[in-house]
Design a protein around this ligand. Structure first.
Ligand SMILES: [Ca+2]
Ligand SMILES: [Ca+2]
Length: 240
C-alpha cells in the first residue's frame, strides 16, 4: 500500500508540474478580420489572442491587408497579412524601420517571440530581429535572410528563455527592422535580380508572443492541499 501511495503522489506531482509548464499565448496578431468576411484585403491589427501593443516605427506605413496564403496561419480562408512599406531609401534608415511589439510579461517566464514574413522582390532581403528589456533600449538578436522575393519565411524566432532579465518583465519589446546587407552600407533586394526600393513591401502574419505562465498562488495552494489530502488519506489507511 505504501509503495502504491508514493507512486500515486509522484504521479500527481508530475501532473501538477506538467500542468504549469505549458506555454501560453501572451499575445498574437493573425491580422484576419475578427469575423471572417471572405476578403483578405480587410483585416485587423488588434490582437487576435491576448494583449499587447503593435506599431510601425521609423516612418513605415501600412497601406493595406493582403492575402497571407503560405503563412503559418491555420485559417482555412480569409487569411490576411499586414502589408507594410515606406522603408528607408538606399543607404538610409538602417535598423530604424519596421515593426515593434510590446507586451507585459510580468506573469510569465521563458518568453518566445515568433512571426512570419513575406518579402516582396524589391524589399530589404535582410531583417534584423531585436528585443528590449525596458521597452526603450534594443539589443540585436539575429539577422534573418529573406533571400527569395514573394515568399513566406515562417516561424522566425527570438527566444528569450535564456536571457537574464526577460522573465517576469512588464516592459518586454521586440522589433523587426530592415537592415543593410551584413558588412555593407546598403540594402540588398530580396530577389537578387532586382534593385532594392524603399517602396518594397514586407507582409507580416502570426506575430506571436508565447511564454510559460507563473503559477497562480491560489492554484499552487490548491494543488498542494490536494497532495496533502492524498497523503493524509494514505496515512489513515496505513494506520487502519
Ligand atoms: Ca477579411
Ligand atoms: Ca493571417
Amino acid at each position: 500500500m505504501k509503495s502504491f501511495t508514493l507512486s500515486a503522489l509522484s504521479t500527481l506531482a508530475t501532473v501538477f508540474a506538467m500542468g504549469t509548464a505549458h506555454a501560453d499565448v501572451v499575445a498574437q496578431w493573425n491580422f484576419n478580420s475578427a469575423k471572417p468576411d471572405g476578403s483578405t484585403s480587410t483585416g485587423s491589427t488588434l490582437p487576435s489572442v491576448g494583449a499587447g501593443s503593435l506599431n510601425l516605427i521609423g516612418g513605415v506605413t501600412s497601406p493595406s491587408f493582403n492575402s497571407a496564403t503560405g503563412s503559418s496561419d491555420p485559417a482555412a480562408s480569409d487569411n490576411s497579412g499586414w502589408q507594410t512599406t515606406t522603408y528607408g531609401a538606399q543607404g538610409s534608415g538602417n535598423k530604424a524601420r519596421g515593426l515593434e511589439v510590446k507586451v507585459d510579461a510580468s506573469a510569465f517566464t521563458d518568453v518566445v517571440f515568433t512571426y512570419d514574413l513575406r518579402h516582396s522582390n524589391t524589399s530589404s532581403r535582410y531583417e534584423l530581429a531585436q528585443y528590449s528589456l525596458d521597452g526603450v533600449n534594443f539589443i540585436d538578436y539575429a539577422v534573418f535572410d529573406g533571400n527569395q522575393g514573394d515568399t513566406w519565411f515562417n516561424g522566425r524566432t527570438i527566444d528569450l528563455s535564456n536571457i537574464a532579465g526577460a522573465d517576469h518583465n512588464a516592459n518586454l519589446a521586440f522589433r523587426v527592422v530592415a537592415t543593410f546587407a551584413p558588412g555593407t552600407s546598403g540594402y540588398l533586394a530580396s530577389d537578387a535580380s532586382k534593385t532594392f526600393a524603399g517602396s518594397g513591401t514586407w507582409r507580416f502574419d502570426m506575430v506571436t508572443v508565447t511564454a510559460t505562465p507563473v503559477p497562480e498562488p491560489s492554484s499552487s495552494a490548491a494543488a498542494l492541499a490536494g497532495l496533502a489530502a492524498v497523503g493524509f488519506l494514505a496515512s489513515r489507511r496505513r494506520a487502519a
